[in-house]
Write a protein that binds this ligand. Structure first.
Ligand code: NZQ
Ligand code: ZN
Length: 385
């Protein structure tokens, strides 16, 4: 096992009717800014309930945070925070609103322009406003981790950052809040959480037995519950399992002490920045091809994955690896997320620009061994067509 330091200060309140915890978590004299997206939380009543739970506190609002939150829109919130002397941010939404809140919380405490956060990957952050979360979409794990992704629309830059100052103070995980999600977002959430686990599990063995078995448990739960969430959308227990899996998939626990990949995510960000695919759609496209292209370097873990997650025991090593990759692709397709670029209108002519973007963003040596060169990324994208 590799050496590690592990820290996660986010308090979780899980279950129905946990909105009442807001009163306990947020100081009575706080000046709260409610952050939300395009209006789903207004339509389903969540925002009104949050306001009610906050009682007499000073409340201001900032809506319109887009999926793949933009620097341009978030900068307006930063100005509002400074103008009103806001002291607490409450994100009500999915990964985009939470990521936006993390960015605003850090940018509002800086003299320099907030884009510096993305340019330094978060290293410039020394202080943030506190952020609380009411989660409405199980997918990213942002509710319980210290990272975020922000897009500068004018330049097509979708960049991640992380800082130990960016963990939410608390997150309310009420699975009933996810009942109003469109099918596409339920599917996206399952694919995203699945890929988060794979990025931290399917690398090379370091005898991290606990991490491996946790990871396999999360993957098997997603394989079991994901399709059920589509066929039985009103079922509370299915939603609850998916919500907790998504948080555990990216709260640092399964990644501590093991190598991590993230090449699929980095290539995926460029597909979103240039072609507007949903985050999870990019992963469904890139992951199967990435595993296929890198099957040699990942062979030991691929064989373990084949056997323990998919129950594949027959055939040669190559055949079992091939079957495990096919199962992965088939799972994404069964979740309703197409796994080839042509389904999203992206073709071979678009690849050079994607590779240029990777180069511009310094993504020349990706993966757990930093051996995914631009040429290999090009091969992966070629295979994804
Ligand atoms: O904007 P509204 O109207 O709220 O609608 C949203 C949005 O259109 C809708 N939605 C959310 N909850 C709903 C709902 N609709 C009905 N009922 C509800 N209960 O869902 C749509 C997508 O929301 P979004 O927040 O964009 O989705 P997701 O949670 O998948 O977040 C994606 C973003 O997170 C980043 C991605 O890159 C992307 O920008 N990620 C963040 C990570 C992190 N911080 O650790 C890791 C991930 O790998 C990922 O990169
Ligand atoms: Zn992701």
């Amino acid at each position: 096992m590799l050496d590690f330091s592990y820290y996660n200060p986010t308090r979780i309140h899980f279950g129905k009717s946990k909105l009442s915890k807001l009163d306990q978590e947020i100081p009575a004299n706080a000046k709260v800014l409610l952050l939300y997206g395009g209006g789903s939380v207004i339509a389903n009543g969540t925002l009104a309930e949050v306001r009610h739970a906050l009682g007499e506190r000073y409340i201001s609002e900032f809506g319109g945070i887009e999926p793949n939150p933009s620097y341009e829109r978030l900068s307006q919130a930063v100005a509002q925070v400074k103008e009103e002397g806001i002291s607490y941010l409450l994100a009500v939404g999915g990964g985009s609103v939470i990521d936006g809140a993390k960015y605003i919380a850090a940018a509002a405490c800086m003299e320099a322009d907030g884009w510096t956060i993305l340019e330094t990957g978060g290293r410039c952050i020394s202080r943030t406003l506190p952020v609380g979360v009411v989660l409405t979409l199980a997918a990213t794990g942002s509710e319980m981790n210290n990272s975020a992704v922000v897009t500068r629309v004018s330049t097509h830059d979708k960049m991640p950052f992380a800082s130990r100052h960016c963990f939410p103070a608390f997150a309310i995980l009420d699975p009933t809040r996810t009942m109003t999600l469109p099918v596409r977002q339920v599917s996206n959430g399952v694919v995203d959480a699945f890929t988060h686990v794979v990025e931290q599990y399917l690398t090379y063995p370091v005898n991290g037995k606990v991490q491996d078995r946790f990871a396999e448990g999360l993957l098997m739960t997603l394989i079991e519950e994901g399709p059920l969430a589509l066929s039985d959308p009103e079922n509370y227990d299915i939603r609850a399992n998916l919500m907790w899996v998504a948080s555990l998939a990216l709260n640092g626990l399964i990644g501590a002490g093991v190598p991590q990949d993230w090449s699929t995510h980095m290539i995926g960000h460029e597909l979103t920045a240039l072609h507007g695919l949903d985050h999870a759609q990019t992963l469904a496209v890139v992951l199967p091809s990435m595993l296929s292209v890198r099957r040699k370097e990942k062979s030991q873990k691929l064989l373990q994955y084949a056997e323990r997650v998919w129950g594949i025991r027959d055939g040669s090593d190559d055949e079992r690896i091939e079957a495990a990759i096919a199962c992965t692709r088939d799972f994404f397709e069964r979740m309703g997320v197409p796994t080839q670029l042509r389904s999203y209108g992206v073709n071979g002519n678009d690849l050079p620009k994607l590779i240029q973007q990777l180069e511009r963003h310094g993504m020349r040596a990706l993966g757990e061994r930093r051996d995914v060169t631009l040429a290999i990324s090009a091969e992966v994208l070629e295979k994804s067509l």
